[in-house]
Write a protein that binds this ligand. Structure first.
Ligand SMILES: NC(=O)C1=CN([C@@H]2O[C@H](COP(=O)(O)OP(=O)(O)OC[C@H]3O[C@@H](n4cnc5c(N)ncnc54)[C@H](OP(=O)(O)O)[C@@H]3O)[C@@H](O)[C@H]2O)C=CC1
Ligand SMILES: O=C(O)C1=N[C@H](C(=O)O)C[C@H](O)C1
Length: 268
């Protein structure tokens, strides 16, 4: 059987370039397309050369319809508005859409849900094995500890990140809320500034640090009178996200339409 053809969106981005390298190194997939915005200086160039290496025979395009039509999977780490458009095109092509994009609002999620009626979509705010294990641990610890243990999710990222809290922080917050038998919407504290008043019992708070080239660090802190328990994940290399995304693209090849996440892919 032919190896699945993969299209990478936002190919010049931090994750885009990492994904290109990961797919090129894989013996299980073929890179068949690379999409960028019309304004990108990479448009019309050979992708390998644009990345500073040898030609690889893939020309960067701003025409997603043509690129996605020949793909079995689209790996997409771009922006919420772009991702919604790619979801529609991937659904039309019946290609697996792997979504790493974060900062998605309810209106984006509704459109992704609609697209998933036609093809498989794997979406996760973090595609690494470590974070997806941490999600399960967080759910268990939150279930074991009562609501006299305050939960804070503290995340740190590079200074180019545009959304907060991070997608990972929200996954961890959701897991803590689930462990307590609620949804995060029920328990989430508003961002703190000024005279905030004392903390409401049972709530889940978020703090975001932005600086330098931090790849991604997440602490889930359970704080009680006299003791604290901290679960931590530290990413030092974006390759962990790219490997997870490629694994999801391959996993999705024999799946029917629907929304999936990395717990499905990893069998967690
Ligand atoms: N789920 C996970 O495991 C991970 C998720 N992420 C998420 O992935 C996303 C991207 O992160 P990162 O790579 O650091 O960001 P970058 O800004 O480096 O890359 C995004 C790329 O997408 C391009 N892009 C934006 N809109 C379009 C469009 N309409 N068509 C084609 N290309 C487009 C951008 O182009 P331009 O520069 O011209 O805007 C840019 O090249 C973020 O939401 C981030 O949070 C990141 C790491 C891991
Ligand atoms: O923007 C990033 O860089 C990252 N984004 C994801 C998130 O929002 O959690 C995953 C990872 O932490 C890196």
């Amino acid at each position: 059987m032919e190896k699945p053809g993969i299209v990478i969106t936002g190919a010049s981005g931090r994750m885009g370039q990492m994904l290109v390298r990961t797919v090129m190194e894989s013996d299980q997939a073929r890179l068949v397309g690379a999409i960028e915005r019309q304004v990108s200086p990479w448009i019309g160039r050979d992708l390998g050369e644009a990345m500073g290496g040898a030609a690889i025979g893939v020309t960067v395009t701003d025409d997603p319809i043509e690129a996605i039509a020949k793909a079995q999977a689209v790996i997409d780490f771009t922006s919420p508005a772009a991702t919604v458009g790619f979801a529609e095109l991937a659904a039309q092509a019946r290609a697996v859409h792997v979504i790493g994009t974060t900062g998605l609002e309810p209106e984006h999620l509704a459109k992704i849900k609609a697209a998933a009626r036609h093809a498989p979509i794997v979406r996760a705010g973090n595609m690494s094995l470590g974070v997806n294990l941490l999600v399960g641990l967080t759910r268990k610890v939150a279930a074991a500890l009562g609501d006299d243990w305050d939960v804070e999710v503290v995340e740190a990222h590079h200074n180019r990140k545009v959304d907060a809290p991070s997608g990972t922080a929200l996954m961890l917050g959701e897991a803590a809320a689930e462990g307590r038998g609620h949804s995060l919407d029920d328990l989430r504290t508003p961002a703190r500034e000024g005279i905030t008043g004392a903390r409401e019992k049972g709530t889940i708070g978020f703090s975001a640090i932005r600086g330098g080239d931090i790849v991604g660090e997440h602490d889930v802190m359970f704080a009680s009178a006299g003791e604290r328990l901290i679960l931590r994940h530290v990413a030092t290399d974006r390759a962990i996200f790219a490997r997870g995304a490629l694994r999801a693209a391959l996993w999705g090849q024999d799946k029917g339409p629907g929304e999936y996440d990395m717990a499905d892919v990893l069998g967690l």
